[in-house]
Write a new protein. Structure first.
Length: 123
């Protein structure tokens, strides 16, 4: 799980999230959970194999889910005898705030935001 140091998260603190998102199968899993949260390993496996034509074993899928859980973008919950998987959005939001958003905006837009923030103290 990601534990930011101090008050400010850096791009280096997000390294596990970057690594988790680097794989297309893991990105597909997140999309599946975004569409229908709380699926079991069996449900995810059926959707990936049947709907997306992926050739993946349940064991391999389980390893991908473990990487996502370690990065903090997935949490699991036991419900009776079934382990359900849920998308955790906060690490993705943090990734956007800390690195992707500022990079997408560019220096000119960041400067404009900084200049206007001085006009409205406390915001």
């Amino acid at each position: 799980m990601i534990a930011p140091r101090g008050l400010h998260t850096t791009a280096m603190d997000l390294e596990p999230v970057f690594k988790a998102l680097a794989d297309s199968t893991r990105r597909r899993l997140l999309e599946e959970l975004d569409e229908r949260d709380g699926q079991t390993l069996f449900e995810l496996h059926v959707r990936l194999v049947s709907w997306h034509g992926l050739a993946i074993s349940r064991q391999a899928l389980s390893k991908h889910l473990a990487v996502l859980e370690e990065a903090g973008v997935l949490r699991t919950e036991w419900q009776w005898r079934s382990k359900h998987h849920f998308l955790e959005r906060e690490p993705l939001r943090r990734l956007w705030r800390v690195w992707l958003g500022p990079l997408a905006e560019g220096p000119k837009e960041r400067k404009n935001v900084e200049d206007h923030s001085h006009e409205h103290p406390g915001r």
